[in-house]
Design a protein around this ligand. Structure first.
Ligand SMILES: [Cu+2]
Length: 125
């Protein structure tokens, strides 16, 4: 918990925010799951620690219900953690991994299709 709080302040400072993020959470990416520490956030800004516990690279993309993206990490290598600070209007969002790879035999592996998609609800205070 103490480590997450420190991350929150640092991430907010890096993003140029005048106030620290008011809520934090963790997201664990794996093959092929997205594990959110909680799906409802109430803060104005939410700092997510996005950990890749898998053996492949993953991303975390936050989209509105119409599919438009509002935030995204860079590609998160296996064993790494990325910080993502969200400042979202109240509403329903989706978080997903957008990695798609084609194997040598032509097989396409779409992480979204494999199950890397979850819902995220932001409520007003
Ligand atoms: Cu992925």
């Amino acid at each position: 918990m103490r480590r997450l709080a420190a991350f929150t302040v640092i991430a907010a400072a890096l993003a140029g925010c005048s106030e620290p993020a008011s809520e934090s959470g963790t997201v664990v990416l794996d093959e092929y799951t997205i594990d959110l520490s909680g799906s409802v956030f109430t803060g104005d800004a939410v700092s997510l620690a996005v950990e890749n516990a898998g053996e492949f690279a993953h991303t975390l993309v936050v989209t509105r219900r119409d599919g438009s993206a509002v935030a995204a990490t860079a590609t998160v290598p296996p064993g790494s953690t990325a910080e993502l600070v969200l400042d979202l209007e109240p509403g329903e969002y989706q978080v997903s991994c957008r990695i798609v790879v084609q194997l040598a035999d032509g097989t396409i592996i779409d992480h979204y299709e494999q199950g890397m998609v979850e819902s995220l609800r932001v409520e007003s205070r």
